[in-house]
Write a protein that binds this ligand. Sequence first.
Ligand SMILES: [Zn+2]
Length: 314
Amino acid sequence: MITINEIKADRGEKIQFELKPCETYSMPATLIRGSKPGKNVLVCAGTHSSEYPGIPALIRVAEKLDPMKIHGDLLFIHCVNTSGFKARNDSIVPEDEGNLNRDLPGNVNGTLTQQIAAYFAETILPQMDFCIDLHSGSLHEDLTPCIFFPKEEKISDEVLSAAKSTDIPYLIASENNGGIIGYAGNILYIPALLLERGGKGECRPEWVREYEKDIYRLFTHLGDFGKQNETEKHKHTVFEEAIYLEADCEGLWYPNVHPDMTVKSGDLLGHIEDMYGHNLREYKAEKDGIVMYHTISLAINRNDPLVAYVIKKE
Ligand SMILES: [Zn+2]
């Protein structure tokens, strides 16, 4: 059973409330306490505030699910970074420029982001049997649908079989321990998945619909959570390695790739010029791979992400 502060819900009840990770912050949430016991599952969206499609998808699923038909407890956090969402920020929490996909386990006495991170690490995540976080390409990123799963071997069978219940084809091992999913999986050994769909600050209806389906597919796989999908078979490829290329100077970024594009070792991925058209840097693929996402903005700063591509096994 999921316990959240003073929120009380009986079996068969659905409660919508403002979840308060600390005194000064609140996040819209739904707690569905199924009529029978079962798994505790967390689904989050809006951890990065401009990654939109997961937010309405989660709101709609929360509305449709009938607690009387559910075995187990579901906690939905409709928008984790609510202040970033209102500020129309790209990813960060505006109060302190923290990143909730990096800053776990946080600190209860730290900055706002650290306090929110600590609430996830200490209060929310340890109660869960499975965690799902819905992301997208950021405001400046174009992306092909993919899933990042925690690299931790103890949970790999469980996370991979769950990931394969979705129709998202690319499954990528991740060593990130500082996000909600990475901390759950790699540190607490709780099975967890980070899904990616859509991007560029858009919220296309088809992406929202696909995210709704992803959630139902995962629920069908995980247990008895009401709405069932017909059993579907999808093709998946698992990647153990990815390269996250970052800019090492500022300037104008001219990408030479698109999402889902196959690249060969030595292929030009893009280049950076200055304001006078001088070529400053060229970026070439180090290995054969497939592009998952890339930055589309012309303006680029040092350390900004440029291209993320997964490496095909030799
Ligand atoms: Zn994200």
